[in-house]
Design a protein. Structure first.
Lengths: 151, 106
């Protein structure tokens, strides 16, 4: 069950990342023909991020204490002290930006250059932060593995 | 026909996101440096991170709704260039503050 929660957290986080990339590329070619799709994928990305946030948050608050102890007993202390501490707070900014993406995408991207530019920036920041969170998650998992192997 | 204006909704929630990001980084520093603040945040919801998240999300949503109705419902006027500047700067400075704090300050 715990593993399923973590896998769901990663799955929905990656879905948010892919949605942001999709929106970015689609907005580069925004027209009346793809506005509905851009907005739908934006909402999908935001929904994915909220699910990833709640699932990951529940796991962090409920189960992370055991992993933290293993990490701190092993040689990769930074996996908690630096990486997890950073991840748990930067991810809140990712949630805000992912939520803002569909709001910004509600403007008429087919006719407004300014609206397109704003959505491109927001989608790019969502993609970069989501990729960073994914990488940090990998380092934290590796910190647990290294901690267990060093016992 | 090409238009340039952003909707008041985009400006309001864009500014709210920028403010919430900066406050997010500020809370990180304050709660990690003050045992009393950390203990208080733990007491409210049972975990400091849950309280932290709730404050930031509520700030974003509340401020976004509020900024959209100021000036008699007309919202805040701002160019896209300025909004993008503010939002990207806020995200970059906040992320750098959080990373820098856990690298050097904690």
């Amino acid at each position: 069950m715990i593993e399923a929660l973590l896998m769901a957290h990663v799955l929905f986080g990656v879905a948010c990342l892919l949605a942001a990339l999709w929106v970015f590329v689609d907005v580069l070619h925004a027209s009346a023909g793809n506005l509905v799709r851009i907005r739908a994928v934006s909402w999908l990305g935001a929904a994915s991020m909220w699910i990833a946030f709640f699932v990951g948050g529940y796991w962090y608050v409920t189960f992370y204490k055991a992993d933290k102890a293993i990490i701190l007993q092993g040689p990769w202390h930074f996996a908690h002290n630096m990486v997890m501490e950073t991840k748990e707070h930067v991810v809140i900014m990712l949630l805000l930006l992912a939520t803002f993406l569909p709001i910004a995408a509600m403007d008429n991207l087919a006719t407004s250059n300014d609206a397109r530019r704003l959505v491109l920036w927001v989608a790019a920041m969502v993609a970069v932060l989501a990729l960073a969170m994914d990488g940090e998650g990998g380092i934290i998992a590796m910190g647990v593995k290294v901690g267990l192997l060093s016992k | 026909m090409e238009t340039t204006a952003l909707s008041k909704r985009s400006i309001a929630f864009g500014l709210a996101a920028a403010v919430a990001c900066v406050v997010n980084a500020g809370i990180v520093v304050v709660k990690e440096k003050s045992d009393a603040v950390m203990a208080g945040m733990k007491k409210i919801t049972g975990h400091h991170w849950t309280t932290h998240s709730f404050i930031i999300i509520a700030l974003f949503l509340g401020l976004g709704l509020l900024l959209g109705v100021v000036r008699g419902g007309r919202g805040i006027e701002m160019t896209a260039r300025r909004l993008i500047h503010i939002l990207v700067s806020a995200v970059a400075v906040s992320a750098a503050t959080i990373i820098g704090f856990y690298l050097f300050g904690d």
